[in-house]
Design a protein around this ligand. Structure first.
Ligand SMILES: *[C@@H]1O[C@H](CO)[C@@H](O)[C@H](O)[C@H]1NC(C)=O
Ligand SMILES: *[C@@H]1O[C@H](CO)[C@@H](O)[C@H](O)[C@H]1NC(C)=O
Ligand SMILES: *[C@@H]1O[C@H](CO)[C@@H](O)[C@H](O)[C@H]1NC(C)=O
Ligand SMILES: *[C@@H]1O[C@H](CO)[C@@H](O)[C@H](O)[C@H]1NC(C)=O
Ligand SMILES: *[C@@H]1O[C@H](CO)[C@@H](O)[C@H](O)[C@H]1NC(C)=O
Ligand SMILES: *[C@@H]1O[C@H](CO)[C@@H](O)[C@H](O)[C@H]1NC(C)=O
Ligand SMILES: *[C@@H]1O[C@H](CO)[C@@H](O)[C@H](O)[C@H]1NC(C)=O
Ligand SMILES: *[C@@H]1O[C@H](CO)[C@@H](O)[C@H](O)[C@H]1NC(C)=O
Ligand SMILES: *[C@@H]1O[C@H](CO)[C@@H](O)[C@H](O)[C@H]1NC(C)=O
Ligand SMILES: *[C@@H]1O[C@H](CO)[C@@H](O)[C@H](O)[C@H]1NC(C)=O
Ligand SMILES: *[C@@H]1O[C@H](CO)[C@@H](O)[C@H](O)[C@H]1NC(C)=O
Ligand SMILES: *[C@@H]1O[C@H](CO)[C@@H](O)[C@H](O)[C@H]1NC(C)=O
Length: 679
């Protein structure tokens, strides 16, 4: 008796499911009674294994850009399951064909006897962004023979993916296994999936080895017997979207998928030459690998390319002169951190659509090509860390969409032209000319006209938005921020900084600089600037770092600076400043190092107090900075008090540091304290 009672639920479920399938396949269609009571029971049984736990889907917004909510709360016995959240039924048969429980706050293990596997009619299953408590993906997954779309990404499955997953091969068109551990799955098995596969997303899946190296090496002989034919044909004509990013793949000498439009294979261990993209390719992300050698000019045949990111490899040689030919479709050209040398390609044609051009960290020489003026969509130009020898490209000022101009660490020289045009650089928010050989006065007329730095909100977008975003590609730039040289992986459209440090600018700091009230950072250090610190700097109320060190500034530190309550890094060292250091607010938090090398400066935190007794004065006022819960800027700095050396915490909302780790990792661990390591 007890025995049969125990078995009862399972038997009931099985029977009811069979009954359901039976009845539904033979019943005439009826719009009013779609989902049977029995089918609802199967689903409820399946879901009863899980608890609802918000933290189970905490990565959802980051990975998938949607908010999590508990879809299964609407699942009530006695109601039509076809109207439950996350469920789609076939109108005619009433079978559940689509189960989307992504981002549903599900927490718990998925057992192999889960009644989920009874729903053989499923064509689409999305369990992404839940927490399956490191349980294994059950072999039974292979039983969904009608499945066309499967998404198990970011769901805390552990162990290995069962080879049974390749049983899905007949129908499957979309397979998303991001962050699912495929380390032990032979790429051969993956490649034995359906020949109708369109979208394969295996990022962060621990794939290792040569993908499918032995096939691709001799593509024209991509040799019966040595190269299994079925491998050649998998997705060869159908695959349009393939994401293999963040794995350990080592070789991809040719791209075998003829109709591929989107290939993300960034952050692997690919060696060898740059594979020529097939002609229909629209997005190619192959950054953060070990590719070397020159880029073949064959690349220029792929004239549908809109995003080309080859950054962080060891590619060398000249940039093919034909590359600008792609610019009528290309919006992102990211070649940063390679070993390209020679002149920049010179002929950017009329109608050039490039928005983001990044050449940072190569060995480019010569002049900045004037034909860049044809790229009227240009928003970001970063050519830092090269050997470009030119004068200031004042001619860029008519690029009305230019927001970020970074010329850092090149051989730019001469005066920065003082044009009188009112409309110069109307959108420019980030200007970095540091570490060049510019001379003469600071460019007052430019400063007067940098409208986007006066009010970034008016010129950027009100709601916090990032630059880029097309095909989920967000622009990143390297800036010096608070003494760190860091990569902003995402650039908010309201971020603004001005860095003219390490040049030979001379003369006074113009008062008008106080108009640039959106600035988060101002760095004029290591120049020959003289005269007083303008009181108008007190108007830069968004300023978070201010570096005027190593100049010849004289006079007192303006009392107005005390009103900069967002300021967390101040460096006025190595000048000729005198008088008393202002007290109150952020000034109670700065260290000696902010002031050293100014022998006539007195007051806290220096040991020479202002009244001349050699007694340390108590700080006046108290720290009452705003409550920076989450600045619009998207990140915050927490001062840990001024007793603890140079340590401060950077709590990052939306900025991640590029430290060789995948983006998601960095972002998830972005609460850690970062030690400031001497500027
Ligand atoms: C919620 O889920 C997290 C992991 O996602 C787990 O650490 C925690 O213990 C769970 N809380 C409850 C109440 O189950
Ligand atoms: C699964 O759900 C997530 C989050 O809603 C979504 O981003 C993803 O595109 C879905 N996967 C499929 C294959 O539809
Ligand atoms: C099923 O019903 C939905 C919603 O009423 C409708 O949009 C869809 O076209 C229907 N499909 C078929 C095959 O009748
Ligand atoms: C999660 O897994 C651990 C270890 O296997 C187990 O002890 C625990 O009961 C599981 N929790 C849930 C909610 O399934
Ligand atoms: C699955 O098996 C476990 C024991 O391993 C049992 O407790 C549970 O009731 C079974 N679930 C179903 C739906 O049969
Ligand atoms: C993936 O699974 C393998 C073998 O089970 C294991 O050695 C490896 O650490 C796993 N990787 C991750 C990221 O969990
Ligand atoms: C791949 O599929 C073919 C036929 O569909 C089958 O014969 C072969 O065994 C499969 N290979 C693997 C590794 O599963
Ligand atoms: C732009 O791309 C389309 C296909 O997406 C292609 O047909 C067209 O020739 C390309 N334009 C140029 C100027 O290369
Ligand atoms: C813009 O491109 C055209 C050819 O399309 C070229 O003749 C012209 O010189 C270019 N403009 C500049 C400023 O180089
Ligand atoms: C620039 O602005 C000033 C004052 O707003 C105006 O007098 C002058 O005519 C403008 N110059 C040009 C070239 O538009
Ligand atoms: C604000 O963002 C929207 C959507 O991304 C865009 O269409 C619009 O042009 C942006 N506005 C400005 C002023 O950049
Ligand atoms: C700074 O702000 C004060 C008061 O709002 C204003 O009078 C002054 O003109 C401003 N200075 C500059 C340079 O904008």
């Amino acid at each position: 008796m007890g025995f049969s009672l125990k078995l009862c639920p399972l038997v009931f479920v099985l029977l009811s499911f069979l009954a359901f399938s039976f009845s539904s396949s033979f019943s005439s269609s009826s719009a009013t009674q779609l989902c049977s009571h029995e089918h609802a029971t199967v689903l409820l049984q399946f879901i009863s294994a899980f608890s609802i736990n918000k933290s189970a889907s905490s990565g959802c917004e980051y990975f998938s850009g949607v908010k999590s909510y508990s879809k299964t709360l609407s699942w009530k016995e006695g109601t039509d399951c076809c109207f439950w959240n996350g469920i789609t039924c076939d109108n005619v048969t009433g079978n559940v064909i689509d189960l989307d429980l992504s981002c549903s706050n599900l927490y718990g293990s998925l057992p192999s006897n889960s009644s989920l596997f009874l729903i053989k009619s499923l064509q689409s299953l999305n369990l992404s962004n839940n927490d399956f408590n490191l349980s294994k993906i059950p072999r039974e997954i292979g039983q969904f023979v009608s499945l066309k779309h499967l998404d198990l990404s970011y769901s805390e499955f552990s162990g290995q993916v069962p080879n049974e997953i390749t049983h899905l091969s007949n129908e499957i068109r979309e397979l998303i296994l991001s962050e699912v551990n495929l380390s032990s799955l032979n790429p051969r098995y993956v490649m034995n999936l359906s020949s109708s596969l369109i979208n394969l997303d295996l990022r962060f899946s621990d794939l290792k080895g040569n993908f499918p190296h032995n096939i691709l090496q001799f593509p024209n002989l991509r040799i019966e017997g040595q190269i299994p034919k079925w491998m050649w044909n998998v997705g060869k004509d159908t695959l349009r979207y393939l994401d293999l990013s963040h794995n350990s793949l080592m070789a991809l000498e040719q791209i075998p998928w003829r109709n591929i439009e989107f290939l993300d294979i960034q952050s692997n261990m690919l060696r060898g030459v740059f594979p020529v993209p097939p002609i229909k390719m629209i997005c190619l992300f192959i950054s953060n690998n070990h590719l070397s050698g020159e880029i073949s000019s064959e690349l220029c045949k792929a004239n549908s390319l809109e995003i080309l990111d080859l950054s962080h490899n060891s590619l060398s040689g000249m940039i093919p002169n034909c590359l600008p030919d792609l610019s009528k479709n290309l919006s992102v050209l990211n070649l940063q951190a390679n070993r390209f040398h020679g002149n920049m390609p010179s002929m950017f044609p009329k109608g050039c659509k490039i928005q983001n051009f990044n050449l940072r960290g190569n060995q480019m020489e010569g002049l900045l090509p004037r034909s860049l003026l044809n790229c009227s969509e240009l928003e970001v130009l970063d050519i830092s860390n090269n050997n470009i020898k030119d004068t200031f490209p004042h001619w860029l000022e008519s690029l009305h969409k230019l927001q970020v101009l970074i010329l850092r660490s090149n051989k730019f020289h001469g005066l920065v032209h003082n044009t009188k045009a009112n409309s110069s650089f109307p959108k420019l928010r980030v200007l970095d000319l540091s570490n060049n050989n510019f001379v003469g006065p600071l460019p007052v007329h430019y400063i007067e006209n940098l409208k986007a730095m006066v009010n970034a909100h008016e010129h950027g977008n009100n709601s916090a938005q990032y630059m880029g975003g097309r095909f989920s590609y967000e622009y990143s730039v390297m800036v010096t921020m608070k003494g760190f040289f860091i990569e902003l992986e995402k650039v908010l459209t309201i971020f603004s900084s001005f860095d003219l440090s390490k040049n030979k600018f001379s003369g006074e700091i113009p008062k008008v600089i106080g108009k640039l009230s959106s600035l988060k950072g101002l760095n004029l250090s290591h120049n020959n600037l003289s005269g007083f610190i303008p009181h108008s700097l007190g108007n830069l109320t968004n300023l978070e770092w201010l570096d005027l060190s190593s100049n010849e500034l004289v006079g007192e530190i303006p009392q107005e600076l005390v009103s900069l309550t967002s300021l967390s890094v101040l460096d006025l060292s190595n000048n000729q400043l005198d008088g008393c250091i202002p007290q109150g607010n952020q000034f109670n938090t700065f260290e000696n190092s902010s002031y050293e090398g100014n022998p006539r400066l007195y007051g806290f935190p220096l040991t020479k107090s202002c009244d001349g007794n050699g007694m340390l004065q108590q700080p006046l006022g108290s720290f009452h900075g705003k409550d920076h819960e989450l600045w619009e800027f998207g990140w915050r700095v927490v001062l840990l008090g001024y007793g603890c050396g140079l340590v401060f915490g950077l709590l990052m909302g939306y900025i991640a540091f590029q430290i060789g780790k995948p983006k998601w990792f960095v972002t998830l661990f972005a609460g850690q304290h970062i030690k400031k390591q001497g500027m």
